[in-house]
Design a protein around this ligand. Structure first.
Ligand code: SF4
Ligand code: SF4
Ligand code: SF4
Length: 263
């Protein structure tokens, strides 16, 4: 994992002639590798450590201190200005092309929204899943229309607006995320129904190289893996079309709880 991040870090540093990318992706790679190392050493909060190290760095340092809008509005903004930096690079690596390799690892190990939601009491959903996934497309469209309107109306100082959109957007995400978690007794309800980023994440992670697979010769169909899954993935089905397959955040809770090491 560290080698993958270092490859990205060095490539961007040399091609864009900016040492920030070397430091940025090295830090993220080290944080995630540390999480994996602690997981291998059976430390129970390994994933949360990586999530806090990366999430806080992106929210506080890149967002609040450097003033970069790393949310989806920032992605549209940089895309429309034709600049391949900040949020466009972040989206390309973590949310559009990266998921072909590591699926929704972003959602398990780095997202600053989920970093807070994962502290809430419903780590495993206590209510059945609702058919509200369509809301994500509305959120996605609103973000796109909002930034397009700023460009079409030739609004001045869009960069400043983007900074404030980042602050307000995050407050909104946290408020809605916490509300939904309690309403549906599910910490990850926001991820399942509202998050606009999943419009990119879900189709790309369908093809993910890294995924949890079940060794049918070991599995005794005890169902423990499904009981502990925060995303309700039908993990014993190895098909790419398995139920909620594109929701897997690679948290390894199923792997940790399988009594037969079948996953
Ligand atoms: S679905 Fe959205 S809010 Fe949830 S972890 Fe992924 S990017 Fe973050
Ligand atoms: S418990 Fe397993 S299947 Fe469910 S999200 Fe975590 S890694 Fe994926
Ligand atoms: S926990 Fe392991 S043995 Fe039980 S159903 Fe899941 S994969 Fe099979």
């Amino acid at each position: 994992m560290l080698a993958i991040f270092e490859t990205v870090a060095v490539t961007l540093w040399l091609t864009l002639d900016n040492i920030f990318y070397l430091l940025n992706f090295s830090y993220i790679g080290i944080a995630i590798s540390l999480g994996i190392f602690l997981y291998v050493k059976k430390y129970k909060n390994a994933r949360r450590i990586a999530q806090l190290l990366v999430g806080l760095y992106m929210l506080v340092y890149l967002g609040f201190i450097c003033g970069e809008n790393m949310q989806i509005e920032g992605f549209w903004y940089y895309l429309f200005t034709g600049v391949f930096e900040a949020a466009t690079i972040h989206y390309a690596v973590a949310k559009i092309f990266g998921p072909l390799l590591f699926g929704r690892g972003w959602c398990g190990y780095a997202c600053w929204t989920a970093m807070v939601l994962d502290f809430l009491p419903y780590k495993v959903p206590e209510m059945s899943r609702k058919e509200y996934g369509w809301i994500r497309y509305i959120a996605f469209t609103i973000s796109l229309v909002f930034v397009s309107a700023l460009f079409l109306a030739h609004v001045g100082n869009i960069e400043r607006i983007m900074f404030w959109a980042f602050i307000v957007g995050n407050i909104l995400y946290y408020a809605v995320g916490i509300m939904l978690a309690f309403a549906f007794k599910d910490n990850r309800a926001f991820c399942k129904y509202v998050c606009p980023v999943t419009v990119f994440l879900k189709p790309m992670s369908y093809f993910s190289l890294f995924r949890i697979e079940c060794d049918k010769s070991k599995c005794i169909s005890c169902g423990k893996c499904k009981k502990v899954c925060p995303m309700e993935v039908d993990v014993t089905n190895n098909s790419r079309k398995r139920k909620n397959g594109t929701e897997c955040i690679l948290c390894f809770e199923c792997v940790k709880n399988c009594p037969k090491d079948a996953l």
